[in-house]
Write a protein that binds this ligand. Sequence first.
Ligand code: ACM
Ligand code: ZN
Length: 758
Amino acid sequence: MNKKKIKHFIILAVFCSLFQVYGQETTKYSIIPLTEKLKPIEGEFIIDNQTVIFDNSKQNKADASLFIQSLNDIYQIKPVLINTKPKSNFLQIDYCKSMQIDAYKLEVNKNNIKIRGGKNGVFYAFQSLLQLVKKDDQGKISIPCVKIKDKPRFQWRGMHLDVSRHFFSKDVVKKYIGRMAFYKMNTFHWHLTDDQGWRIEIKKYPLLTQKGSWRKGTVVGHAGYSKTFDTIPYGGFYTQDDIREIVAYATERHINIVPEIEMPGHAVAALSAYPQFSCKGNVNGVEKNWGVFNDVFCSKEETFTFLQDILDEVITLFPSKVIHIGGDECPKEEWKKCSVCQANMKKMGLKDEMQLQSYFIQRIEKYLNSKGRTIIGWDEILEGGLAPNAMVMSWRGTEGGIEAAHLKHDVVMTPGKYCYFDHYQSDPEDEPLAIGGFTTVSKIHEYDPAPKTLPKNVRKYIKGVQGNVWTEYIPSDSHLEYMVFPRLLSMAEIQWTTVKRKSYPDFAKRLTAHYSLFNKLGINASMSFFDTYMKIEQNKDSNGIVVSLSNSIPDSKIKYTLLVSKDNIQQNAYSYPIYLTENCILKYNSIIDSYQGKSKTIKFNINKATGKPLIFIEKPSKYYGDGSGFCLVDGIVPLSQNDNKRWMTWSDNNAEIISDLKSTQTISSVSIATFTDTLRHILKPKTVKVFVSENGNEYNEVKNSLITFNGDLTNITFDKENNIRYVKIIAENAGKIKLPNSNKEEYSWIFIGEIIIE
Ligand code: ACM
Ligand code: ZN
């Protein structure tokens, strides 16, 4: 080895050994969110029946009491709280006025544990401690020695919960808040009102809950396709006593609750109870469907009195300085037709309905400001002019937030792409129905709400970041947990930890360690974090396709089995892409510690069209498929009719596709995957015709063709054709279909999921 090589070798060796230690430390000290500074120390502090907690502060000792309660709940041990300092085997806490409110220092030694922190910081130190506790098989409870100095990056560390689309009981809401606190979040955004249900008791307007908290049924399946509704009455609300109890529970855990009362849109439930505050004066009842609806609050004077009365009660229940007034997705159709709204616009010199929306929000802001409160609204409140003191919650992207920050308004970032927990977290084919989207643990972790690319004087207005949980497709408590965990931990980390400290591979290791805590706490966390993703590409050199497997956990193993025939079964740890040139079954899964993701079994039909180019003569819909149309020749006949990426679709036209086999071949059959679902207006094609060509210029229709159906496959067999390079398939649209419960007709859709040529 020459000198340079030796030097490199030493650096590499040191790096590897450091990495090993770092790996072990990561799981021993797997605190989420990652701390600012953590110094491992040799040894451990043992918690036994003699361990005491010494708190001589003037505080109400709520933080220590909650710690003892959690320790007892998780590890069945209950240290005693005392006022005089013992010699050893104690935990001492000191509230420190000079420290930043959320900051803390924690030192765990063999003899004692010391916590110093700001008003909230002590509580956060306790959460770190709880995450460090280990209980071994003999029942020994210990905490590894460590020195920690910690404080958060952002001051608004939020989670939102929509209780209108589906209602969650008082106890579920408390559990949600408790778990937020465990991960050092401090703001619970409670979405209490929407079109599908009003959920907060207002004494002055009892019909809001008597009528407005109940709907007569709910859409079945995805509102994007479904036209059916059940007839099961659905409802629920929180009494003012419930709310006081939840606010007290949150306050103990250093969480501020920001209530949201939606206006001027998303108001159907309220207007069903009090239709006099709509433009038309009548409304069809609490919404049973999900979406955006035209019935919104009218700008008449009486509406403002009504809303101000409601807000009066809201602010007596919620101590929060900030009140969320919604402001999103307000259609202007009714305002355009309403003589009162139009007269108001004229009187106040408002040039369009956007300005009327701005007027609406500004009036409410003025009222709440007069009561010592401020407003926050979704980014639509920028339209028509932002209210002077309003905070903005940026959800349609980050542009609204950045614009507001430029205008010197405080901002909370919640862009859908990174912060919406109603999105899928793994392959939709294997997941419970969700609204759409794809927001994984790693995608959330990658998000920086206040990137260095923004000027400093803009960044300083970005007060934090929040995860939003809309519950249209989240009907139960266990499903709520499934959608929230483990993604909440990723959100917690971007809220607390600086970009400089944040590392995804390190986070993934700590997150894996947290699954044992999920078990102890009885959290129904999704295991999708451990799932394996398959990518299929054309084999550029030969026939068939190339399959790559990946997951989002560093240092994990992907195991796969490839079954080609009885005598050809390959079992391997995945390291390189797999080439598939004949029919086979591929099974795979990721294994990490004692966890695994979903085991997948994929049947590949490798045929003459697989991996070959397609030409779309009739343009497919851009809302379905994978963009390129490769999904039709990837060797997979879709198993699910709901996985939009796997189906290319055509409405009011025929599907006309040419497959280029790249060389001349002999063929005698074409099959396409299609299906019928009248509720979604999807019909199998009326006819399927096949034309063939050697050169791509002149096509002849195949002879003696015969159509047969085999499940979702439509098979066309015909007399053998030799020297064929191009195969044109014309699937004829089945025509118009009558809409259910209506006399209207609409063109049907053709869905094609795979093309097989033999
Ligand atoms: C929203 O998601 N409509 C704020
Ligand atoms: Zn009106």
